[in-house]
Design a protein around this ligand. Structure first.
Ligand code: FAD
Length: 475
């Protein structure tokens, strides 16, 4: 007789493993199936985020930032080091160690919460008696049954036709996170979050990095002011960013990769690089899931069709994270996972898409929540803007990092905060206050009246709120 579960989760990334834990907390008998393998063939739950995404990229960003500080900025603090050298193999090994800690942490959490973990590929077999049979193909093969199924199978890097990933010269995010030596010349196609973060890592370590972007505007989703400030900073650091390019051919040879393209003016150009990272977006992943067996509906992009509550077209089947509509972000996947588990338990799980924060972990960091100035203009909303530069913040000066600003956009009539946009040091942490404020429908006056520790970067958020009412105290 097949093992029976109240809830079967397919996929153990941030959407899936969090859904499994929350469902177990709510008293359900839960299974989570994940197929990711570590180098030894063992289980490595955590998905893209843990294995080849959020976590390893941040580990490399940290190592490369230390390297850059030691090589370029220690001297101004009176610290002399002699020639600073980077052992790339050691950096990659440290990153792998950080990934493993996270994999092991998830396996521990499954045990702690009594989630049954299955290592292998899960695929639908049939719908039977109000439940679903799921085949698990791992070291052995078995069929388990779930009354409710949560699909969280994530996404894969989108390949560029004519430039297939070989992970030697043409790299996806996977290969970009395990380059064995600093390339002399690195090309990046796509100036989105992943392209900018990966480009920054290898630029800091000494690569000459050129980023080619098809769109005519830089970081179109970000507030225009933020995107402009970030472009200025990245260019000053030596990242070469070309916008509005049209790629015609990519040749992958023994000595590297040559990209032929027309620049924004239409002139033919050629870029020869040792390695090329292609980061032009990600595609929803349902490989091997066998959705046809039960009639699970996908859209033309291959994403699982869900309603606002993550319900699919099938009763008792839900889908969360990168495999469904919405931003491909780990915290969005987690929120959906929690909300679905709570809905299965008859509670009112909820995800507020209007307050999902966005972060780019470059230097300066970029983070925002809510609407941009250009969106407010397009929506015809009357708003007030307040901006405060880190240049006028004591903590930023002490840190030696005064690039950027905090900008708060508030409704002209009610003063409710509509968007907060930060480019500068620790923007990834500072944005949390803005998310909380927006979740509680705070006004800019609320933030302006809250006591912020001194000296702290967060005082810039308070000052930006004061700036909405044209009464900054330190600028
Ligand atoms: C380089 C990079 C950096 C990123 N940085 C950030 C960041 O800083 N912050 C952020 O919020 N987001 C970041 N992301 C995006 C983030 O990784 C994803 O949004 C997130 O992982 C999505 O979670 P998920 O659970 O939907 O899917 P995934 O994390 O992709 O997990 C899906 C899991 O399901 C498994 N699976 C798939 N099919 C099956 C099957 N049939 N049977 C069993 N298992 C299956 C996969 O092996 C995988 O383990 C980054 C992505 C990349 C590539």
């Amino acid at each position: 007789m097949s093992k029976q579960f109240d809830v079967v989760v397919i996929g153990g990334g941030p959407g899936g493993y969090i859904a499994a834990i929350r469902a177990a907390q709510l008293g359900f008998n839960v299974a989570c199936i994940d197929e990711w393998k570590n180098a030894a063939g063992g289980p490595a739950p955590g998905g893209t985020c843990t294995n080849v995404g959020c976590i390893p990229s941040k580990a490399l960003l940290q190592s490369s930032e230390h390297f850059e500080h030691a090589s370029k900025h220690f001297a101004e603090h009176g610290i002399s080091t002699g020639k600073v050298e980077m052992d790339v193999a050691k950096m990659i090994a440290r990153k792998d160690g950080v990934v493993k800690q996270n994999n092991d942490g998830i396996l521990y959490l499954f045990k702690k919460n009594k989630v049954s973990f299955f290592h292998g590929r899960g695929s639908f077999v049939a719908a039977k008696d109000g439940a679903y049979e799921i085949k698990v193909a791992g070291a052995a093969e078995e069929v388990i049954v779930g009354k409710q199924v949560i699909v969280a199978t994530g996404s894969n890097a989108r390949p560029l036709p004519g430039a297939e990933f070989d992970e030697v010269n043409i790299l996806s995010n996977d290969g970009a996170l395990r380059v064995g030596a600093v390339p002399k010349k690195l090309g990046v196609i796509g100036s989105g979050v992943i392209g900018l973060e990966m480009g920054s890592v290898w630029r800091r370590l000494g690569a000459e990095v050129t980023i080619l972007e098809a769109l005519p505007t830089f970081l179109g989703a970000a507030d225009e002011g933020v995107a402009k400030e970030a472009l200025k900073a990245f260019t000053k650091q030596g990242l070469k960013i070309e916008l509005g390019v049209k790629i015609s051919e990519i040749k992958n040879g023994k000595k590297g990769v040559t990209v032929s393209y027309a620049d924004a003016k239409g002139a033919a150009q050629e870029l020869a690089v040792d390695k090329l990272i292609v980061s032009i977006g990600r595609v929803p992943n349902t490989t091997g899931l066998n959705p046809e067996a039960v009639g699970l509906q996908l859209d033309e992009r291959g994403a699982i069709v869900v309603d606002g509550d993550c319900r699919t077209n099938l009763p008792g089947v839900w889908a969360v994270g990168d495999v469904v509509r919405g931003p491909m972000l780990a915290h969005k996947a987690e929120e959906e996972g929690v909300a679905v588990a709570e809905r299965i338990a008859g509670q009112h799980g909820h995800v507020n898409f209007a307050t999902v924060p966005w972060v780019i972990y470059t230097s300066p960091e970029i983070a925002w929540v809510g609407r941009t100035e250009q969106q407010l203009k397009a929506d015809g909303v009357a708003y007030k803007a307040g901006q405060f530069p880190f240049l006028a913040n004591g903590r930023a000066r002490a840190l030696g990092d005064t690039t950027g600003f905090v900008k708060i956009l508030a409704d002209a009539a009610s003063d409710e905060i509509l968007g907060v946009h930060i480019v500068g040091p620790m923007a990834s942490e500072l944005i949390a206050e803005a998310v909380m404020a927006m979740e509680f429908k705070a006004s800019s006056e609320d933030i302006a009246r809250i006591c912020h520790a001194h000296p702290s970067l967060s005082e810039s958020t308070k000052e930006a709120a004061l700036a909405v009412d044209k009464r900054t105290l330190n600028f």
